[in-house]
Design a protein around this ligand. Structure first.
Ligand code: NAD
Ligand code: DAU
Length: 358
């Protein structure tokens, strides 16, 4: 069966991995990738698949009413997979406005256009709306607390998390009120190829490679639950085909790490792969610098993924050892990709947030 899939934010980290995954697996599906190409979006992330006849890139804003309406009509969209967002917590602390605009108003525009065109009988069926969200909407956990389940109340703490929570509520409301078939997935921290180097894992790899200090917030004791991006894509594939409209699915690998332990692990693996001596040091661990903590820094996230496992049969395929090793190798082999995407905008952000040069 064919599907016309509107992917938003497909030039970002998870969106580009998802497009690669779908194009490889389903030759009958057409992907229309709507991306504004913010600092986080890069055409280079789709190099090698962007020439395929069943792939189409459209540069534009998800908040642009006319454009979104035209795309729904022209391509007879029957599925929306919505990744586009401002996604970096630290940037949301410095400037929340862009997060309100894209994450809340942009999501509203997509939902409203899907509803309007369906009600006006301009689409054959109501489009399935798969909304990609985060574990951060649930707030923070203490050390002995059970992982978040789909039944937990939302308690977002950063402007980023608050805008994602708001967009989740809009998605839910469009299902409850108008009957639009929507599904929300809430995933834990992803890592893997094509992640913008403002996020912890690629930032550590890149800065170590360059022999620069590695900033760790506070004492490095905050805990995140890490999932390899390809396992996330596989979960989304299952949800897309077998998920129940109106439901939320938590996704996570039961793979909790303190930040400092992840940083040690990356430094130790790098020590074996790439000689730190080129920077006049014995080990990359010497580059670790503890810096001012993130304001409102959530202490711990952990996801209970029982529902997606039992209902849809999903489980992560990658062990963390395999995933992190592949990720480090990918970055070491793609330093030109990293250098090319680091724009003047990123340099300005880095200097403002960390108070040091990139
Ligand atoms: P990213 O920042 O790497 O990519 C975001 C993409 O959206 C970019 O290509 C950007 O150009 C595009 N974009 C931003 N504003 C836009 C707009 N107004 N119109 C069109 N395109 C726009 O993000 P990511 O890490 O790939 O995250 C993707 C989604 O998954 C987000 O919704 C995020 O909240 C969610 N998520 C991310 C993680 C994670 O660990 N990265 C975990 C759980 C959920
Ligand atoms: O949990 C899912 C979320 O994961 C997604 O919704 C977000 O889009 C994504 O950015 C990510 O958010 P985090 O804030 O958890 O990711 P980040 O990589 O920014 O930080 C991971 C942890 O590392 C966090 O506790 C802060 C810490 N950190 C981060 C940076 C960038 C540092 O100690 N030093 C740093 O320089």
């Amino acid at each position: 069966m064919t599907k016309q899939i509107l992917v938003t934010g497909g030039c970002g980290f998870i969106g580009s991995n998802f497009i690669r995954y779908i194009l490889e697996k389903y030759s009958a599906y057409k992907i229309i990738n709507l991306d504004e190409l913010t600092y986080a979006g890069n055409l280079a992330n789709l190099k090698g698949v962007d020439h395929l006849p069943n792939y189409q890139f459209i540069k534009g804003d998800i908040g642009d009413k006319e454009l979104v309406e035209r795309l729904f009509k022209e391509y007879k969209i029957d599925v929306v997979v919505h990744f586009a967002a401002e996604s970096h917590v630290d940037r949301s602390i410095l400037g929340p406005e862009a997060f309100i605009k894209t994450n809340i108003l942009g999501t509203f525009n997509l939902l409203e256009m899907a509803r309007k065109l369906w009600l006006e009988n301009l689409l054959e069926n109501p489009p399935l709306f798969l909304h990609i969200s985060t574990d951060e909407v649930y707030g923070t956990l203490g050390i002995g607390d059970p992982p978040f389940t789909e039944k937990d109340a939302y308690a977002p703490n950063s402007p980023y998390a608050a805008t994602k929570a708001a967009s989740d509520y809009l998605v839910r409301a469009y299902h409850q009120t108008y009957g639009l078939p929507t599904i929300i997935t809430n995933c834990s921290n992803n890592y893997g190829p094509y992640q913008f180097p403002e996020k912890l894992i690629p930032l550590v790899i890149y800065r170590a490679y360059k022999g620069k200090t590695i900033p760790v917030y506070g004492e490095g004791c905050n805990i995140r639950d890490w999932l390899y991006v390809k396992d996330h894509c596989c979960a989304l594939d299952l949800v897309l085909h077998r998920g129940r409209p109106g439901e939320n699915y938590n996704i996570g690998a039961e793979n909790e790490w303190r930040n400092i332990d992840i940083v040690y692990l990356i430094c130790d693996l790098l020590d074996k792969k790439y000689p730190s001596k080129v920077h006049g040091i014995e080990s990359f661990r010497e580059l670790i610098t503890f810096v001012k903590d993130r304001p409102g820094h959530d202490f711990r996230y952990a996801m209970d993924a029982t529902k997606i496992k039992t209902e849809l049969g999903w489980k992560p395929e990658y062990t963390f050892e395999k995933g992190i090793e592949e990720t480090i190798d990918w970055y070491l082999n793609h330093m030109d990709w990293v250098e090319n995407i680091i724009s003047g905008d990123y340099q300005k952000f880095f200097e403002r947030y960390y108070g040091m040069t990139l």
